[in-house]
Write a protein that binds this ligand. Structure first.
Ligand SMILES: [Zn+2]
Length: 401
């Protein structure tokens, strides 16, 4: 940490001005205390690392066991100076006593208070959610920035995202998904956007990389994005996932696969309308192929016509049974995983797989299980060839409410 208090309550910020000699002299004259736990802390001044404060060994302060790396302090200072250059008045490590929290940077932008947390080390979902909730309750909007080194890119337009990564996911003013990231080495913002999950871990995504000297404040606070996934890439990836599912380790014990088989289905033979991308899909942790398969088995294949309520109720039953997992997104408010289900049904209507009549959904053509694999693959190819544009439109449109 870079800010501590003296006995008189004066804030001593190590990021400001002081040269090493002045700091060393100050260290001899004054005692410093942690703003969070009030324990005495030690000022570390050396040549290797940025000057900082450190708790004594064995301290129980949360600050002390999240020992800050050089990578972290550097990032924090670069961002602080950049915000100053842009004409804002950021405060380094401001302490909010009512919630006992201290973000890396506090800053007001367009009348809104923001807490900027640059997170390098992995912290628990509970702690992440608790801190975020406290900020929201105090009228502060948290922006958690993922350390650039923690991004696992897969090629140009895919990414591997763990549960920890998804905690950073937020929605921009223009209703886009984004995971904000920053790299202190290249001094660039990396906004990961257009995130469309394929499996629990892998997702399509687009990267907006902006060096600080080319970025403006909106890059951080309200970024706008352009970008789209190609229908062929989605189709290719989806096919690969469907083909690969029965070969995954422990497949014979997999509850989902066993259930498909009892319905005379196999991932390979799933109809093309199972596994479509929808905008709100990040709200659901289970892969689109899997949650859409459950809806297919429970309602779409079985009943004709059926109501929206029926589909939503089946979805909730599957969630209750833990067959479908909802993703916990501490930064996303006022939305519900059932929105993804509604979007999916709307998409099926747009694709003319379903027709909507008198408030009920009806299959346009009956589903036949007696389709050969080659016939099915041809059908799937034609489906994407004809309707690919419409399918990908689904992820461009912000969700329905
Ligand atoms: Zn402390």
């Amino acid at each position: 940490m870079l800010v501590a208090h003296t006995n008189e309550g004066e804030r001593v910020n190590l990021a400001e001005n002081q040269d090493l000699l002045t700091l060393k002299r100050l260290r001899k004259q004054t005692k410093f205390f942690c703003p969070e736990c009030s324990e005495e802390v030690i000022m570390k001044v050396g040549t290797k690392r940025i000057p900082h404060y450190s708790h004594n060994k064995g301290s129980s302060c949360t600050e002390s066991y999240e020992r800050e790396s050089e990578y972290h302090s550097t990032s924090k200072l670069i961002l602080l100076n950049w915000l100053k250059e842009k004409g804002l008045n950021p405060v380094l490590e401001p302490y909010y006593p009512d919630i006992a929290q201290r973000p890396d940077i506090g800053v007001r932008y367009k009348g809104i208070d923001y807490a900027i947390e640059f997170q390098c080390s992995i912290i628990s979902e509970e702690l992440f959610a608790k801190r975020s909730r406290s900020y929201f309750q105090s009228g502060i909007i948290p922006i958690w920035i993922l350390a650039g080194k923690n991004i696992s890119r897969i090629g140009n337009n895919k990414i591997s995202l763990s549960g920890f990564h998804y905690l950073f996911l937020r929605k921009t003013d223009s209703d886009n998904w984004v995971i904000p990231s920053f790299c202190p080495i290249t001094k660039s913002f990396i906004n990961i956007h257009h995130i469309v999950p394929i499996t629990v871990k892998n997702a399509f995504s687009t990267y907006q990389i902006k060096p600080l000297n080319k970025a403006d404040l909106s890059t951080l606070f309200c970024p706008k994005f352009h970008g789209q996934i190609s229908k062929y890439e989605w189709y290719k990836e989806l096919r690969k996932t469907k083909d690969f599912l029965p070969q995954t380790r422990g497949a014979f014990k997999n509850k989902f696969l066993r259930e498909l088989y009892t319905h005379s289905l196999s991932p390979i033979y799933l109809p093309p309308e199972v596994g479509l991308p929808v905008f709100q899909a990040p709200l659901i942790e289970t892969s689109p192929i899997q949650w859409q398969s459950y809806l297919f088995m429970d309602v779409l294949k079985e009943e004709n016509p059926f109501s929206l309520e029926k589909v939503i109720s089946c979805f909730h039953k599957r969630v209750y049974k833990n067959d479908i997992k909802i993703r916990r997104l501490p930064l996303v408010c006022g939305t519900d995983a059932s929105f993804a289900v509604k979007e999916y049904l709307n998409l099926l209507v747009n694709l003319k797989v379903l027709a909507k009549e008198g408030g009920l959904y009806k299959r346009s053509s009956p589903y036949s299980i007696h389709e050969s694999q080659s016939w099915l693959l041809r059908k799937e190819e034609a489906f994407y060839h004809e309707k690919g544009m419409l399918i990908m439109e689904g992820i461009k449109q912000p969700g329905i409410n």
